[in-house]
Design a protein around this ligand. Structure first.
Ligand code: AMP
Ligand code: GLY
Length: 426
């Protein structure tokens, strides 16, 4: 099979390497890819926002299957446009991608089909949002309805913070994504990410992970796209995974069918596991970044085969096999992230890091300049390692981080702390 992978982050580096292991793959292209992806794929310059150009490229190169990494093209309907041209793709249609593209849409689905989630209200203007806020009080969570690159959520411990978040949203801090706001109940418990493939009828549990959203050690400082992750999430025992499938994932599959927009692709459920059991915080409709880097490190099944089965409706015949090993990834970011960063600084000794046992370094925001690798974004590298325990994977990942010579970069030093503490307590 000739495959085109769309995207350019660490997630796509992980997807590319897993696809490259498939015996079904004959040729892999990536648009635009990155220097990590280029180790196993031919990177091409293609404006992926121009769906007609993507279709034309697929026809020219005889692409059999397209794997879409990020959410923006999905929400823009790239899978619909490829399907209309007779090209198979992994990912939801535009209507089904509303599960990620509109938090209000997802909340309404949950309410209508009894899927456990936080109580909420949807508001299109400041006055009615403030009136609701006055009624429910803090702590409370304020969310811009649309895609805001992970920055549209404020967990407000006080009324002042909630008022300020509402004012920001309606003043246009998130552009069109904040024209509508969801206000929801503050949930307590432990967070986990759970992934399940779905072909419109069958949902198949994939893997779990836990990420670290805050920029600083001890989960402090501003939210980011993710500073590290590990898999599996210890709280997602087989029993808990089955509860999530039964109480959240399968009811969503049925709901989307009842609404006339069957879901195909991957459900990325952000969960809060609390006293009432699992509750849905949000859906993403694509693989997570950096969760994918650790989940695919553990995947023993053929990824391409699973993604094609998802698109073709044959998931019922498939199984997902994961290594019992743990995997952990540490994000190395350019100093200043999630604020402004300096680009173009040189990164040395990647080969030294990758020579260490169980280590793989994913490229997220890098650029090649001849033989040199330069930083080219906020989150730059994902230093990933596997081990028999999270503690072992963590020790290996940090040994690799320490082998990399990049004075302009930084990382958290405590990725996996919760899981390591659990292992130590055993
Ligand atoms: P989201 O982008 O919806 O995943 O939200 C970002 C982060 O905000 C989540 O990972 C949680 O840490 C937090 N969060 C979102 N919704 C809630 C909620 N209802 N209760 C508590 N924390 C929340
Ligand atoms: N790591 C969170 C995300 O991919 O949205």
């Amino acid at each position: 099979m000739k495959v085109l992978l769309i995207g350019s982050g660490g997630r796509e580096d992980a997807l590319a390497h897993a696809l490259a292991r498939s015996p079904r793959l004959t040729e892999l292209f990536a648009a635009p890819g990155n220097p990590g992806v280029a180790r196993v794929a031919e990177c091409v310059v293609l404006d992926t926002a121009d769906h007609a150009a993507v279709v034309a490229f697929c026809r020219l190169m005889g692409i059999d299957f397209v794997v879409v990494g990020p959410e923006v093209p999905l929400v823009a309907g790239i899978v619909d446009d490829l399907a209309a041209a007779g090209i198979k793709a992994f990912g939801p249609t535009k209507l089904a991608a509303r599960l990620e593209g509109s938090k209000g849409f997802t909340k309404d689905i949950c309410a209508k089909y009894d899927i456990p989630t936080a109580a909420y209200g949807r508001f299109g203007d400041l006055a009615s949002a403030r009136a609701y806020l006055a009624k429910v009080g803090a702590p409370i969570v304020v969310k811009a309805d649309g895609l805001a690159a992970g920055k549209g959520v404020t967990v407000a411990m006080t009324m002042e913070e909630a008022e300020a978040a509402l004012a920001d949203c309606f003043a246009g801090a998130f552009g069109a994504a904040g024209a509508e706001v969801v206000i929801e109940e503050f949930l307590e418990g432990e967070e986990a990410s759970f992934f399940a493939l779905c072909d419109g009828a069958t949902a198949l549990a994939f893997a779990s992970a836990q990420d670290h959203k805050r920029v600083g050690d001890g989960d402090t400082g501003p939210n980011t796209g993710g500073m590290g992750a590990y898999s599996p999430a210890p709280i997602m025992t087989p029993e808990m995974s089955e509860r999530v499938m039964a109480e959240i994932i399968r009811p969503t599959v049925a709901a989307m069918n009842a609404e006339g927009c069957p879901f195909t692709g991957v459900f990325f459920a952000g969960l809060m596991i609390g006293p009432k059991g699992p509750q849905l915080i949000e859906y993403n409709t694509r693989f997570g970044d950096p969760e994918t880097q650790v989940m695919l490190e553990r995947l023993e099944s053929d990824l391409l085969d699973l993604l094609v089965a998802t698109a073709e409706g044959t998931l019922a015949e498939k199984t997902v096999t994961l290594s019992p090993d743990a995997a952990l990834t540490v994000v190395m970011a350019a100093k200043g992230y999630p604020g402004a960063v300096e680009k173009g600084t040189e990164i040395r000794d990647l080969a030294k890091a990758e020579a260490l046992p169980g280590v793989f370094v994913h490229h997220a925001g890098t650029k090649a300049d001849g033989d040199r690798i330069l930083a080219n974004g906020g989150r730059v590298l994902n230093v990933t390692a596997r081990g028999a325990t999270v503690a072992e994977a963590q020790a290996r990942a940090y040994a690799a981080v320490d082998a990399i010579d990049w004075p302009q970069g930084f990382c958290r030093r405590d990725i996996g702390w919760r899981a390591v503490a659990r292992e130590t307590a055993k």
